[in-house]
Design a protein around this ligand. Structure first.
Ligand SMILES: Cc1ncc(C[n+]2csc(CCOP(=O)(O)OP(=O)(O)O)c2C)c(N)n1
Length: 370
């Protein structure tokens, strides 16, 4: 195991002290340590992983220094474009250190989407021509090799991180005045919907909690598309579903997910079908992966949604307000519901016991598709 703070200090001592990325549960200790020890300007929690690559590229242009991008391996997809068309040696040739959490490492138990991504994590690096090392306890030697390589070749270099490598490091969660839990908010939503309503929910604990609420209610899961992976695409999936059905489709998004591909809401709202119902759970955090903040506190989300084309945005901080809000969403078109919830979830929160393919088949049957 690596002492997380020593690793962080070693990076800074070697002049790598600008960090950008999207937090990851497997890297939660490292992300917490970076957050707790870096100044605000030196640790940017980006909307998506591609933005982090681009920021480190820009930082290199103005300083000549090497920036550090942290990400879960599922963020490789978001990062590929700027890695290949910006940082690549055949384009601008910009060095940066990529620290990639290896969910779904072959041979280790993980969720289906992670198993897939885990298999291709290293092949993706190889096909991009990015040299890498799977980090072991001897991080000093590995970092020396990485830094020599980046300085010599002006290219990105990746450290692939296995589960459990970094020692515990606690993040101090930002204070919040919100009192409702996400799970209670989801219960209120589900109580307000009928057997005809469809839910498309975002990745992380939102979908896990919906699964468990449905189990507890003995309602089955056919009405819900519980998105695993594909962070930031929930609204687009829900939009696609809403085109092909007359049923109301309730998208339940998270602030991290909304911010990751915010442009999609503009496109959706410009084509707003009457049965597309948007609910955004804003807890100001990437709660599912350790509680690192999103930038939502500094955004006027209702104003953004209105600017996209929603006629009205209702804010709900209690279960009663949610129930009232949903009754408006049922009657009126182009209304969004923004939930204010606090961080935290049950220690014993499980994971869906049905597979994504079973989920898909049940939903399509519910929607009358063969
Ligand atoms: C492309 C990508 N990057 C990172 C992750 C890791 N990840 C899973 S859930 C999550 C946080 C989602 O935050 P938010 O949408 O605000 O929902 P919350 O967890 O706060 O309910 C992150 C970063 C991922 N699944 N995919």
């Amino acid at each position: 195991m690596i002492d997380t703070k020593e690793f962080y200090d070693y990076l800074c001592d070697n002049n790598i002290d600008f960090f950008a990325g999207v937090p990851d549960s497997l890297l939660a200790n490292l992300c917490a340590c970076i957050k707790m020890n870096s100044s605000k300007e030196k640790n940017i929690i980006t909307a998506n992983e591609g933005n982090a690559v681009a920021m480190c590229a820009g930082y290199h242009l103005s300083t000549g220094k090497i920036g550090c991008v942290y990400m879960q391996n599922s963020g490789e997809g978001n990062a590929i474009n700027p890695l290949l068309s910006l940082a690549d040696e055949d384009v601008y040739s910009i060095p940066m250190l990529l620290i990639i959490g290896w969910r779904g490492e072959p041979g280790k138990h993980d969720e289906p989407q992670h198993v897939k991504q885990g298999k291709v994590t290293i092949p993706l690096l190889q096909s991009m021509g990015i040299d890498y090392e799977v980090l072991s306890d001897n991080y000093q030697d590995a970092l020396t090799r990485a830094i020599d390589y980046m300085n010599k070749n002006n290219k990105p270099y990746a450290l692939v991180i296995k589960k459990g490598l970094f020692s515990d490091y606690k993040i101090k969660l930002e204070t919040s005045s919100y009192t409702m839990t996400r799970e209670d908010a989801l219960k209120a939503i589900i109580d307000s919907l009928s057997d005809e309503d469809i839910i498309v929910s975002t990745t992380g604990k939102t979908s896990r909690e919906i699964f468990e609420i449905r189990e507890a209610n003995k309602q089955g899961h056919a009405n819900d598309f519980l998105t695993v992976g594909s962070m930031g695409h929930t609204a687009s999936i829900a939009y696609g579903v809403s085109i092909g059905t007359d049923k109301n489709v309730y998208c339940i998004d998270g602030d991290g997910s909304f911010i990751m591909h915010m442009g999609s809401l503009g496109v959706i709202a410009a084509n707003m079908p009457n049965n597309f119902k948007y609910i955004l759970n804003d807890n100001n955090a990437h709660e599912s992966v350790g509680g690192q903040p999103t930038c939502s506190k500094s955004l006027d989300i209702p104003a953004i949604l209105k600017a996209c084309g929603f006629k009205n945005v209702i804010i709900a901080s209690t279960q009663d307000e949610i129930k009232k809000g949903i009754s408006v969403l049922k009657k009126e078109n182009a209304v969004a519901l923004v939930l204010h919830t606090k961080q935290g979830s049950r220690e014993n929160l499980g994971r869906p016991t049905t597979t994504p393919i079973e989920n898909k088949i049940a939903l399509m049957k519910k929607l009358g598709v063969r």
